[in-house]
Design a protein. Sequence first.
Length: 368
Amino acid sequence: MEIENLYVNVGDETYINIPSLYTLNADVYIVFGERSAGKTYSVFKGLFDDYNATGAQFVYMRTREDYLIRGRAWGAVANIKPYVEKILWKEEANLNYYSGVYRKQELGRNGKWVYSPCGYSSSIASWMKYKGNGYDAVKTIFFDEFIEDPDTTTIIPLSRSEFLKGYSQQLSTIVRRRKDVKIVACANSINPKSPLFDYYNIDARKLEQGKVYIFNRKLEDGDALKICVLYTEPPKKAHVSKHLAVYESQTNDMTINGAWQEDVYPEIYNHLSWKWYAELTVKTNRVYIADFEITVIFPEKQRCPMVIVEGKYKSKNNILTNELYLPTTRKLIEWMLYYKRTSQICASSKAASEKFNDLIKRVLIDKN
């Protein structure tokens, strides 16, 4: 599907123009891919263009309140502020942010400041806080960074149930029964298993970069929800900063090309296959975690890796994830985190790596 002006060139760089997708008249737009592709800027540009033309307000939504405090909500519009004040408002008004509200500040006829709300900040984790607010003039919900980075050290990612409940509650509060509110969700390609994809029943792993997808979800009342999804294409010329080039990693591949950023453990470790290490251990060191369908094999000797095998692999120990917190098995969590932290892991397949990563996310969420 060809979308006119989907990408714009600025000098040597190419940026996404998300508002160009709105011609498809979808209810939900989900866009994800490389970092620094201009996703946030282009959405905010569209939001302020709409406000300037029609007075339509917006909600800027994040997963947790932590992303909106200490100047972070204000920082989200820092790049678009010059465009809004100089181009749209002809330097006759200022854009500011106060107490959860993005405001247009201008002098009134009496010489006093007049403040007009353009939009609001909100988070799905704190949905109760926003439940009584009025959003009748809101026409767009901008859900930014809906895929949380599991490597963050200061903010604990939401569990799947927390995410889904908070998201649905926020939609209930903001949209209510109206049909004139669109949702625009953006993220970097960190994890294809975001709960947002589950909410809309989308398998992100099956999506091709650069292709626009339309999904229609039938509702019980006979209506349908139209969802537009774009996994942004990598730039035709990936200009790699020399600072990034020093450390070529999977993270850089996400930053430059939009590839999914997830740990994929090698099948070969120190020139030996995962199976060689697996057979080196006794069956008592093999633990089958049934709800994730993987066998975790702990090494008996130093300088040997932990092995992850998809399915049950010659194991006498069968447990579920919630049993890992028992006094007799709690040590297994520490060992798994240790081998992951020190990169001493090999796996039987990419699928085994993915399932182990999901297990670790579950463990970290439960642990916190």
